[in-house]
Design a protein around this ligand. Structure first.
Ligand code: MN
Length: 293
């Protein structure tokens, strides 16, 4: 089994706020929406942040999406979601929401009312996963994946949760449109890791905390580690207790046209998405708000 060479490490860029609820580090940095990271598009990591108690939940109000999927992994706190396709749900620590925007919808993302009232720690990650051209118009869908539905694989130096795809025979619960794997991994100091991946797949480690050593390169800050596409395993040592998402998948290999909340294949499809959103074809804000947001 050939170990993959690391090709680049992108330290976490400066954080920005998404609405008033999520202070995120855009970990894909300049590689976001590029073929190099396909089938993934971008990853926002909201590091642990303490919020004061308040009556009105912080977060981000109704906004559209089309042409891809959003995957929200909660580490601390409680997040509430509602969308124009009629789906709503609350997820807490260890839970995941896998939302397929597909043909288009409006949604909002807030701290839950309870979370907001008591205040405290909130930490999460949101990954955007691209859809192949043939699935970009799929009807919107929504999957709440609770912690207990996610297979937990014990590793010699820690544990790995299979959110999507598979690892060592354990299969993740997420329904997928392309071949990919999302592993939520926590590792102890001193462990020597070898994670097997498919040669030719894109593979990367989004390091949230801790320190690792890959092929004699020490990485001791949050960021994105990209691997070469050839080779069957990611080999590294854990220098201090680490938390990460390990992402791999078959590149979709189609043109990417991305603008704000829309990710299509061509610029004319982007213009169509904007027109459809303005015409209310992704659901109406009024109907949406009358649901009781
Ligand atoms: Mn959104």
């Amino acid at each position: 089994m050939a170990a993959r060479q690391p090709v680049s490490f992108l330290p976490a860029p400066a954080p920005h706020w998404v609405g008033d609820g999520f202070r995120v580090f855009p970990l894909f940095a300049d590689l976001a929406f590029r073929e190099e990271v396909s089938p993934f598009l971008m990853l926002d990591y909201a590091a642990p942040h303490v919020f004061p108690p308040r009556e009105t939940p912080p977060g981000v109000g109704a906004h559209p999406h089309r042409g891809f999927e959003t995957v929200t992994v909660v580490y601390d706190g409680e997040i509430e979601h509602r969308d124009s396709a009629g789906n709503a749900g609350t997820i807490g620590p260890g839970d995941v929401q896998w939302m397929t925007a597909g043909a288009g919808l409006l949604h909002e993302e807030f701290h839950s009312r309870e979370q907001s009232k008591r205040g405290g720690l909130v930490s999460m990650a949101q990954l955007w996963v691209n859809l192949p051209a043939k699935n970009k118009s799929t009807p919107p869908a929504y999957q709440t994946i609770l912690k207990e539905q996610i297979p937990l694989v014990d590793l010699v130096g820690g544990s790995l949760r299979v959110i999507a795809g598979a690892y060592a025979g354990a299969k993740g619960p997420a329904r997928l449109f392309s071949d990919l794997h999302v592993w939520d991994v926590e590792l102890k100091e001193g462990s020597a890791m070898q994670l097997d991946v498919t040669s030719g797949d894109t593979a990367m480690i989004a390091l949230f905390s801790g320190a690792i050593d890959v092929a004699e390169h020490k990485i001791a800050q949050p960021g994105l580690l990209m691997f070469a596409t050839e080779g069957e395993s990611l080999v590294f040592r854990v220098d201090s207790k680490a938390k990460m998402l390990v992402l791999s998948g078959k590149p979709i290999g189609e043109p990417i046209a991305a603008q704000g909340p829309f990710v299509m294949n061509t610029q004319s499809e982007i213009h169509q998405a904007i027109a459809d959103f303005r015409a209310g074809k992704m659901g109406r804000l009024e109907d949406f708000e009358s649901q009781g947001a």
